[in-house]
Design a protein around this ligand. Sequence first.
Ligand SMILES: Cc1cc2nc3c(=O)[nH]c(=O)nc-3n(C[C@H](O)[C@H](O)[C@H](O)COP(=O)(O)O)c2cc1C
Length: 355
Amino acid sequence: MGLGYSLLVRPMLALMDSEKAHSRALLGLRFTSFTFLGRWMLRVIYRPRNVFSKCMGLDFPNPLGLAAGMDKKAEAMPGWENLGFGFIEVGGITEHEQSGNPKPRMFRSGKHGALVNRMGFNNPGSQLMSSHLSKSSKPGVPLFLNVGKSKITALEDAHLDYAKTVERCQEYVDGFVINVSSPNTPNLRELQKDEDLARIIEAVQQHSGNKPVLIKIAPDLEDMQIRSIVDTARGLGCAGIVATNTTIERPEEEGIMLETGGLSGRPLRQRSTQVIRLIADHTDGNWPIIGVGGISNADDAWEKIINGASLIQIYSAMVFQGASAIKSIVNGLDKKLKSHGISNIEDAVGLARRA
Ligand SMILES: Cc1cc2nc3c(=O)[nH]c(=O)nc-3n(C[C@H](O)[C@H](O)[C@H](O)COP(=O)(O)O)c2cc1C
C-alpha cells in the first residue's frame, strides 16, 4: 500500500489543487475508518511498533502526533489513530465560525518538500466543534485541541475568544494548544508579547478543567523573545510548548516561496530544531516540548528528540509521503533507541545537550 500510494494516489493528488487534494484525502480516510474492516486494514498496513512515552501526565503509544491544521474539524479521528499516530491535535478552532482567506490558499512544492499556506483559520467555530466532539467517540490516544483567535475579535479581547473555545470543548479533549503563532490572522503573533500572552493563558486556565495547556510559538522570534515567552508561560503553569508553527521567512525566492503565508516542511526543519534546543537549554530540559517543523524521516525526528523534544508532530511529511511516513518514523525511532542501548524515549530526550 505504501508503494500503491507512491505510484497511484500521490501522483493523482499532485495534479489536483492542494486544498482539494487535502479534502479528498481526508474524506478517504474518514470513510476507510468508518467500518471495522477499514480500521483493521489501516492497522495492518500502516501501524508502527509501540514506542511508549509518558508526558504531561498522559500516556502515549508513541511520541509522534498529527500536527494542527491537518484535521481542523476533527473529521477523521479514528483514521489517525488507526494509522498509528501516538496523539492527535485537531483544530485550529476559534470562537466564531469563519471561512478563512480566499482560495487558492495552500501551495506545495515537491522540489523543496515544502508547503505555503494562508488558510486564515477556516473553521466551524467552537459551538459547532463542541457539538461535533460530543457526538464523536474519543480516540484511544491523547487528543489536543488547537485554539486560535477569531478574526473579528479585537486583540484586546483575544483572551475571551480563546477562553470561550476552551470552555465549550473542555470535556472532550485531553489538553489545549494556544496558538498565538499563525502568520495568517492579522496581528495574531503580537499576542506572543508577555502581558497579552499572560492574559490569554490565565483566561484559558480558568476553563481548562486542569487539563494541560500548551502554547505554540513562531520560529520567527528573536531568541530573547522566545526565552521571555517561555518564562511567562512556564511561570503561569503551562504544561509545555509546541515549537514551532510555520515561518514567514523564505530561504529562496522562487515558485511557491513567492506566495504569502506560512512556510512548512523541509526548509523549516533547522530553525525549528534550533528553537527546541534554545527552549530545552533555557529550561534545563525540565519543561515538555512538542517538536514540529520539517520532520520527514526518523533521523529528523531523532534530531528533534535529542535536542529536547519529548513529543514530535508532522504535517507536511503526510502530504509528500502519505501515511507510510508514520510507520517509517516511529519504527525508525525504535531502531535508534535500540542501537543506542536506550530502553525508553524519555532517556533520549535532550541527549545531545548532555553530550
Ligand atoms: C495547511 C496548513 C494548515 C495549518 N493550520 C494550523 C493551525 O490551524 N494551527 C496551528 O497551530 N498550526 C497550523 N499549521 C502548522 C502545523 O501544525 C505545523 O506547525 C507546521 O506545518 C510545521 O510542521 P511540518 O513542517 O511538519 O509541516 C498548519 C500547517 C499547514 C501546512
